[in-house]
Design a protein around this ligand. Sequence first.
Ligand code: MN
Length: 400
Amino acid sequence: MTEPRFIKFYETTLRDGEQTPGVNYFPQEKLQIALALEAMGFDTLDCGFPASSPGEFEAVRLIASKVERSEVCAIGRAVKSDIDTAWEAVKIAPRSAIQPFVSVSPLHRKAKLGKTREEVLEMARTAVAHARTYTENVDFALEDTTRTEHDFILEVCAALVKEGVRFVTLCDTVGYALPWEFGQLVADVRKEFPGVRISVHCHNDLGLAVANALEGLRNGAERVDTCINGLGERAGNAATEEVVMAVRTRSADLGLDVSVDTTKITATSRLVADLSGMTVQWTKPVVGRNSFSHGGGIHQDGVLKDARTYEIMTPESIGLTSADRRMHVGKLSGRAALAAQLHELGYDLTAEPLGRAFNMAKLLLMKKRELEELDLRYIAEAAITTPAQLTTATTEAGSS
Ligand code: MN
């Protein structure tokens, strides 16, 4: 078996993630997130767009003054003043980088920029040339790459490579690509420029961000742009925790691996949810509160016997413990889950009282959507003391 290739991360929670409508971090909060991301071991932190506002400039500069291990990057339009401001904000960091960008698609060129192909090509080329006067760590992002003429993508890449660009970032800015198309795009650019280093930036408008990112990586991209909790413009970016755990869980089959500390995922996700104000939905992959919760009786029985029956990751791998595993006692759940829940509350019921408790729980769930701790305690106490005539036969429900 060949050794897996370790992928790099361009973690953009602090930049694209802050472009989530409704998110606005204060500088100290951005720093707090930056330090959490650094502790997880991400390679590059995309910290913001310093030319966009004085507050943003200060926040990026604050991060650059504190973060030591991760590379601190800032973005800017492919214009001289944005690049100057970006560099000014990050240059004090031990490791710094800048990433100018320009839209390359015909729609963006015409509708947004009012520029020709030649003009856009020249903007990209001169931006890299100018940024390179400051540092060798110059990456360039081709906004809306996936809706751009194939020959123009290659033409822009050729110019960037000639100017000494470090990473070329291929962007599915509007989440339009299908996984095999995006994989092919990366493979095509790699074939044309074997030495080029590619980063992939994928949005989730069709729920394909992670799939597209994985296809990009599988086809030779070295680096992936991601946001914690899948934050970002509109439907967000490829979620950091999803890419990390997908690569880790299927490492052998992908031939890829990650070097980040996965056990810090939960804490970082909660920090970002807290500071961004963006609540994580319960069914969100990896970090949703239901990731290790089981509702169906058959599932619960399986998990209680061997968690691998219905879990492909362990709670420990993302910084939780087996105590965070939840057996939801609901309409569809089984006796084993109720016994487990009652055990946690200090009640170890034998078969007969457990049967009574189970019946009471099911009856109560015809009136209430959810059983709370007090309900469970009441049921347990009642089951222990209630005469046997309350017992009626029920079957355990639950579906696969
Ligand atoms: Mn984006």
